[in-house]
Design a protein around this ligand. Structure first.
Ligand code: E4P
Length: 218
């Protein structure tokens, strides 16, 4: 499974990329607003840090403007993945940009039927939002299972399932068990994956015993 980082915080991205485990980055207009920085400047910096798909979202809602924004964003770097919302105009934009060879991430997906439409429109990634479904007492992970099952029935569909709106390590584990292609993770969730209290306890005991030997490896 690929791990993307879901943030526009360049320092956090640099820190996580240092682990060698980051395959891409997703941003959205809210994350850009949170960063307080210029959109294009931030996206350029992210492209310099991570060598993988970097999602940058259009903010127009009508087809012509969406395509124009998408083309402008795609010129920033070869790794730019233009993010479009799952609307009729968004999917039309997805089809046009995909046919031009631009990677497209279709976002704000909340049903398997929407995911099927996005795949038919040539999306590189479909982003189902699991956390936001959980928030309204619906089963976010069931949506991932449904999309994986539907896509598996049609091997010609090349769209990758990118699990978004991830809130906890359990979402990641369940997504991996279901065979989702990508999880995009807030930095704190990615960092939490490293942790286990028995790892800390075990390491502490090993180091204490090693110190008693008086030896050193180097
Ligand atoms: C993904 O691409 C979205 O930017 C993100 O995962 C949304 O997450 P949220 O529901 O926590 O805002």
């Amino acid at each position: 499974m690929k791990f993307f980082v879901d943030t526009a915080d360049v320092d956090a991205i640099r820190d996580l990329a240092d682990t060698g485990l980051v395959d891409g980055v997703t941003t959205n207009p809210s994350l850009i607003a949170k960063s307080g920085r210029d959109f294009v400047e931030v996206v350029k910096e992210i492209c310099d840090i991570v060598d993988g798909p970097i999602s940058a979202e259009v903010t127009a809602t009508a087809y012509d403007e969406m395509v124009a924004e998408g083309r402008k964003l795609a010129k920033i770097h070869d790794n730019i993945t233009v993010k479009v919302p799952l609307t009729r105009d968004g999917l039309k934009t997805c089809k046009s940009l995909s046919e031009e060879g631009t990677m497209v991430n279709v976002t704000l997906c909340f049903s398997a039927n929407q995911a099927l439409l996005a795949a038919k429109a040539g999306a590189t990634f479909i982003s189902p939002f699991v956390g936001r479904l959980d928030d309204i007492a619906m089963d976010g992970m069931q949506l991932i299972s449904d999309i994986v099952e539907v896509y598996d029935n049609y091997p010609a569909l090349m769209t990758e399932v990118l699990v978004a709106s991830v809130r906890s390590p359990m979402h990641v584990l369940e997504a991996a068990k279901m065979g989702a292609d990508v999880c995009t993770l807030p930095p704190d969730v990615l960092l939490a994956l490293f942790n286990h209290p028995l790892t800390d306890k075990g390491l502490e005991a090993f180091l204490a015993d090693w110190q008693k030997t008086g030896q050193s490896i180097l």
